[in-house]
Design a protein around this ligand. Structure first.
Ligand code: SF4
Length: 417
């Protein structure tokens, strides 16, 4: 915590040299203008949106590693039907949510939705820091997917291209590096990196040694950010000039919780004028080493709530942060930290424990059972059908969070099959 406070001071110094739209607005300013914009009604007439933009309400920006590029501290996660939500992404851009994140595999034609938008508003392309991801690891596969992403999104370049969801740095090699350098030289990508929600700390520490990774998007939240290992991983990336984007910042777990601390926490935050969901975002932003938070914002209410939090001048107090940490401790065994190298290596069978815990989280914490089921069904049939027969006792013994793996694997099979 002392480290974060020290960095906050550094961040205040950095704010003095931020570009002109690095403004912080009060929640009152934001909601006043949001009301003018009609966003609260979800209808947001175009004339009113223009009025909001005229008032220059903008989400702050931070530098993305050593790239020289500034990105909005809130990123629009694109795992929703963007094709049918064009007005919302227009509004996001007007509020300064200029960092847009998608992937070649996201459901509901996410990339095509962005392409539809850029076809209608080609002048907006240069305002957006556009990120997409490749499920392929091979240079040939990445080239194919990159061309498809460019085509789908009606653009001739990607600002940051990620290899999607690695769990070991060995998924990248010299061929990957050569591919990234060629794609940059051809002007098709500006920056290159990876996303990770398994073994994040190890991937980050090892990436910092490589010298050719520009950006990483990793699971990072109030539950994980205080561990020594995560702090070391962030420090190493900062030193290596790697830009960091946090995801899964709500810290939702594979088990629904309803503890007294949670209620107490929500009540305290409400008294201060924000929700516990906003407080969890603010806790991450209080680390200035995190350039941006990628958040799924599939509707105007979530976009408004997150944008208001991003513009908020309020800092969480040490009591607020302690409450979050107390809640994290109380619900330790309800949250899988993605350290799959521990549990998955403890069993003889192939069982994607970390992935299944994440799918349960999509279902129970995000309330998105259809996406969770779709992901669960992607597990090869022969492995999926054997998941409830595996003996997880050693994995449970080794799990640092004492997660009831066997029970949750059984529940996942019933809930998501
Ligand atoms: S089940 Fe436990 S050991 Fe396995 S990834 Fe989750 S927290 Fe780590």
């Amino acid at each position: 915590m002392r480290k974060l406070e020290k960095r906050n001071k550094k961040s205040m110094e950095e704010e003095a040299i931020m570009p002109r739209n690095y403004n912080r607005w009060s929640r009152r300013d934001f909601f006043k203008t949001a009301a003018i914009a009609g966003a609260g009604s979800l209808l947001a007439p175009a004339a009113h949106l223009a009025e909001a933009a005229d008032q220059n309400l903008q989400v702050p920006q931070r530098p993305f590693g050593k790239s020289g590029i500034y990105v909005s501290i809130l990123s629009l996660g694109g795992m929703f039907n963007i094709k049918s939500n064009q007005i919302m992404i227009k509004q996001a851009l007007r509020w300064g949510v200029t960092y847009w994140d998608t992937a070649d595999c996201y459901q509901d034609g996410s990339e095509k939705g962005i392409g539809k938008y850029f076809k209608k508003y080609p002048e907006d392309r240069k305002k957006v820091f556009l990120v997409t991801k490749s499920d392929s690891r091979s240079p040939k596969g990445m080239s194919k997917l990159l061309e498809r992403s460019l085509d789908r999104m009606n653009t001739d370049y990607i600002d940051l291209y990620f290899v999607h969801g690695i769990d070991s740095i060995y998924e990248l090699d010299q061929h990957t590096r050569t591919w990234a350098e060629k794609a940059k030289a051809a002007g098709k990508i500006r920056l290159f990196g990876f996303s990770t929600h398994r073994n994040m700390e190890k991937c980050m520490l090892e990436a910092a040694q490589l010298g050719w990774i520009d950006g990483i998007m990793m699971t990072y939240n109030y539950r994980l950010m205080h561990s020594d290992r995560m702090q070391r991983a962030v420090d190493a990336c900062v030193k290596a000039g790697i830009g960091l984007t946090a995801m899964k910042t709500q810290g939702g777990g594979s088990v629904r919780t309803d503890t007294d601390t949670e209620l107490k926490m929500a009540g305290r935050f409400m008294q201060k004028g924000f929700t516990d969901a906003q407080a969890k975002l603010m806790a991450v932003w209080q680390n200035p080493d995190i350039a941006s938070i990628c958040s799924q914002m599939p509707n105007m209410s979530i976009l408004m709530a997150n944008t208001a939090a991003a513009m908020d001048k309020t800092k969480l107090s040490s009591t607020d942060r302690n409450l979050l940490q107390q809640y994290a401790r109380q619900t330790l065994s309800d949250y899988c930290a993605g350290c799959t190298e521990i549990c998955e290596s403890a069993i003889n069978e192939k069982a994607p424990i970390g992935d299944v815990m994440r799918y349960l989280m999509y279902s129970r914490s995000y309330g998105d059972r259809s996406h969770a089921s779709a992901e669960y069904r992607k597990i090869p049939k022969n492995i999926r059908e054997g998941l409830t027969k595996v003996d997880y006792s050693l994995a449970e013994k080794k799990c640092p969070r004492k997660i009831a793996i066997a029970e949750l694997m059984r529940e996942a099979a019933e809930e998501l099959s």
